[in-house]
Design a protein around this ligand. Structure first.
Ligand SMILES: *Cc1c(COP(=O)(O)O)cnc(C)c1O
Length: 317
């Protein structure tokens, strides 16, 4: 599967956090993915938009929440390609849109934004497709979050990128990643089987319950294994729902404490929607002994700085 050429993101060996946590901590910095605002959605979109362009598309219709990183990246990449984009936002139009930085960047890039209630997303996507077709365009129908084979494949490739960044003989024991639609985790699972067969991947649910979350990850993995013409492994992926709090965008005091701790002690910026929950899980695993002292741990930083800036919970001091 082809993709736009892009720079690999750094793999940081974090000396300060390793000392504080008592493990060897690597951070895969997809928060610094070379694209405005960075993050995992940009890595996925590089593959998704390239494949859609090869198939002759010249517009995109997709959906997401008010603070969706996926919408920002979709709008920018569409503009980069000279495409039209229509974004279906399942939220009320906010009184102060400037507080939603992702949406601000999407609008700046010329996206047309339509606000609908959650129940109206499917109909609004169909309408947007029809509107673009009536203008003579060939719109690409993209699921929210970049949930598709190309998105999964992007993270399969990202694990190979990590393998190349480690020295020969060097490996990782544990990989921790925030898991939402599960596309990212599914790609990492498949990549790990090839590159780090001894490693355990722990997906940290940021919203979904265990049954739905794991089911979607397994479906994405089967899809990618089908593409690769390989059989899926028998064991189920780990999808830990203990750290999601009340659900999507819901915060809790220990989560906020971890976000402050990482920023103050090590200059590591996490967000309350995604990476904060995953990093909080990492701290808990070490405290509980589920991750052994001295283990080689890879924290997959998936981005989220705009979610942090949009949150009200960490204002002031
Ligand atoms: C979307 C997103 C995730 C979750 O990725 P999925 O592939 O949907 O599981 C994690 N972190 C950030 C910053 C995201 O935007």
């Amino acid at each position: 599967m082809e993709h736009f050429p892009f720079f690999p993101t750094p793999l940081t060996r974090h000396a300060v956090l390793s000392a504080l946590l008592g493990v060897t901590l690597f951070i895969k910095q997809d928060d610094w993915f070379a694209y405005p605002g960075g993050g995992s959605k940009a890595r996925k979109a590089r593959y998704i938009f390239w494949a859609a362009r090869e198939r002759g598309h010249d517009a995109v219709v997709t959906a997401g929440g008010l603070h969706s990183n996926h919408l920002r990246v979709s709008a920018l990449m569409a503009a980069e390609l000279g495409w039209k984009s229509i974004l279906i936002v399942h939220a009320e139009k906010p009184a102060q849109e400037h507080a939603a930085g992702n949406l601000k960047l999407a609008r700046l890039a010329g996206a047309q934004v339509r606000f609908v209630p959650m129940t109206g997303v499917a109909a609004a996507m169909d309408q947007a497709m029809a509107d673009l077709q009536a203008q003579g365009r060939r719109p690409y129908y993209l699921w929210g979050g970049g949930h598709c084979l190309e998105g999964t494949y992007a993270y399969y490739g990202a694990v190979k990128e990590v393998r190349q960044q480690l020295a020969d003989g060097e490996t990782v024991d544990e990989i921790i990643v925030a898991s939402g639609t599960g596309t990212t985790q599914a790609g990492i699972e498949v990549g790990c089987r090839e590159c780090f067969p001894g490693a355990r991947v722990r997906g940290i649910s940021i919203a979904r319950d265990e049954e739905r979350g794991r089911g979607v990850i397994e479906t994405s993995m089967r899809e990618l294994y089908g593409y690769l013409r390989q059989d899926p492994p028998p064991q189920a992926p780990v999808f830990d729902v203990r750290f999601r709090g009340g659900g999507y965008e819901a915060v809790y005091p220990e989560l906020l404490e971890t976000i402050r701790w990482a920023a103050r002690r090590a200059g590591l910026i996490l967000d309350p929607t995604y990476t904060g929950k995953a990093f909080h899980a990492l701290r808990r695993y070490i405290a509980e002994g589920a991750i052994a002292r001295g283990a080689a741990v890879l924290f997959w930083h998936t981005g989220g700085i705009l979610n942090l800036l949009a949150s009200r919970e960490l204002e002031g001091i």
